[in-house]
Design a protein around this ligand. Structure first.
Ligand SMILES: *[C@@H]1O[C@H](CO)[C@@H](O)[C@H](O)[C@H]1NC(C)=O
Ligand SMILES: *[C@@H]1O[C@H](CO)[C@@H](O)[C@H](O)[C@H]1NC(C)=O
Ligand SMILES: *[C@@H]1O[C@H](CO)[C@@H](O)[C@H](O)[C@H]1NC(C)=O
Ligand SMILES: *[C@@H]1O[C@H](CO)[C@@H](O)[C@H](O)[C@H]1NC(C)=O
Length: 412
């Protein structure tokens, strides 16, 4: 039989070329999405991105934006179905197969945050066959986008194949994370895993470029009580509170001393999983958002709220844990906020959209047109509906307004 000259090798070569082109296009897309914000400028290699641990306000807009993802409850991906969606939605709903991952992708694209904070129950340990695998999958999108991330533990993260320490160690070892196990320098053992703070500096080239103008605190609120006489959830222990107190004091000292000594402390925001008992201080007349279930705090009061009030720099606290509560209320100068449930493999309410909380801080401009300290902090939520609806926009703090500058007459 006559052997014809086959077009096969040529076709294979063409396919290979197309494949290589596609891969490089994808790499470029990811790279450009992950390029730094604001003052920094320019593309960067993965190594440079990993090294860029310095969070900064954007040089152009003077803004810094945090996306809070609460209770992702990631399990095994495609095979893990959704809870509390309409019966008609069950067949097409799962962690990975659209839904949880798709929502994360859409809200990141819409908000373009400078930092994503995962406030615990990132994985739902009970249903995760391999904790490391689930953690990898739950953070895969944020890793691919090279987005700076911070995470704290919830009460379900350790229910699979890793301990709480194991989960936090895994999280700390992942690319582009800003999470840390615990501070090393404070000369004492600290309860829990994942107590740390992050500084957000002024824009590159600005007067406050080397100062933390916004302080973010992350605390491990534990899982369950280990004290037989105290039932229920865990709480923030004295060792953690002492660490917080010292860190807050040190932040304030640095901010208010030379060079460029500031008159008031930089605002602080605190993130953890389990709400404080003080979240029960509100009703619909004095919060924004909804309360559709009880406040599942520890059964005793750890005193952490008073510790924060006393520290003087904390303006707002953000938790998750109660998926059907998404409100923000103000008590003694501090806003206590929920994010509302995010994940589809987590209890929720059919017809009540999964959601995420956004917090944005804005810098003040001096008369000379220079970026100064933080002027205001706002928050809103995004729904996983067709329009990614924005709801409940509110101001959490404004400089001077709730500060010590304005005297309020006694008795008014
Ligand atoms: C989950 O994603 C699928 C595919 O996009 C969609 O058809 C379905 O409506 C989503 N389910 C919910 C509850 O949003
Ligand atoms: C998780 O991802 C890391 C790389 O970031 C990899 O080394 C590890 O094998 C992964 N673990 C599992 C169980 O897939
Ligand atoms: C901030 O630190 C850098 C590096 O040490 C220095 O070059 C710059 O002048 C400092 N900027 C201000 C405003 O202090
Ligand atoms: C909210 O209003 C209720 C009365 O409706 C009151 O009992 C409660 O103390 C208020 N809470 C705060 C923090 O002001």
């Amino acid at each position: 039989m006559e052997v014809k000259h086959s077009p096969l090798p040529f076709l294979l070569l063409l396919l290979l070329l197309l494949f290589l082109l596609l891969i490089s296009a994808m790499a470029i897309a990811v790279e450009s999405r992950g390029s730094p914000r604001g003052g920094g400028g320019g593309g960067r290699s993965p190594a440079a991105a990993a090294a860029a641990e310095r969070l900064r306000f954007r040089g152009r807009s003077g803004e810094f934006k945090v996306l809070q993802v609460a209770d992702m409850h990631y399990a095994n991906g495609r095979t893990t179905g959704c809870l509390d969606v309409f019966a008609s939605q069950m067949a097409t709903c799962s962690d990975l197969h659209h839904n949880t991952t798709a929502f994360l992708s859409r809200v990141i694209r819409a908000e373009n945050p400078d930092l994503v904070v995962f406030t615990g129950d990132d994985i739902f340990g009970f249903d995760a066959t391999d904790a490391a695998k689930s953690l990898n999958a739950s953070f895969a999108l944020a890793v691919a986008l090279k987005l700076p991330r911070a995470a704290v533990l919830g009460n379900h993260d350790q229910e699979s194949t890793l301990s709480r320490e194991g989960v936090m160690r895994h999280i700390v070892g992942m690319p582009y994370t800003l999470s840390r196990l615990n501070p090393g320098q404070c000369g004492m053992e600290i309860d829990g895993f994942g107590n740390y703070n992050l500084e957000v500096h002024g824009p590159e080239g600005s007067v406050l470029a080397n100062k933390s103008v916004l302080n973010l605190y992350f605390v491990d609120s534990g899982d369950y009580s280990t004290v037989p006489s105290i039932p229920g959830y865990g709480w923030i222990k004295p060792s953690q509170q002492l660490w917080f107190q010292r860190t807050s004091l040190e932040n304030q000292r640095k901010y208010m001393s030379e060079p460029h000594a500031q008159k008031e402390p930089a605002p602080g925001l605190v993130y953890f999983h389990i709400p404080l008992p003080e979240y029960s201080s509100f009703d619909a007349s004095n919060f924004t958002g909804v309360k559709q279930e009880g406040i599942s705090s520890a059964s005793i009061n750890s005193g952490f709220f008073s510790t924060m009030v006393e520290a003087g720099d904390v303006r707002a606290v953000f938790t998750g844990h109660d998926h059907l509560n998404d409100f923000c209320g103000k008590l003694t100068g501090i806003y206590l906020c929920y994010a509302g449930g995010f994940g589809y493999h987590a209890y929720g309410k059919a017809g009540w959209s999964r959601r995420a909380r956004v917090v944005s801080a804005y810098l003040e401009k001096t008369a000379e047109g220079q970026w100064d300290g933080v002027k205001s902090i706002k928050t809103w939520k995004r729904f996983d509906d067709e329009y990614l609806s924005t709801i409940d926009s509110q101001v959490l703090w404004s400089k001077g307004y709730n500060g010590r500058r304005r005297k309020i007459p006694v008795g008014s």
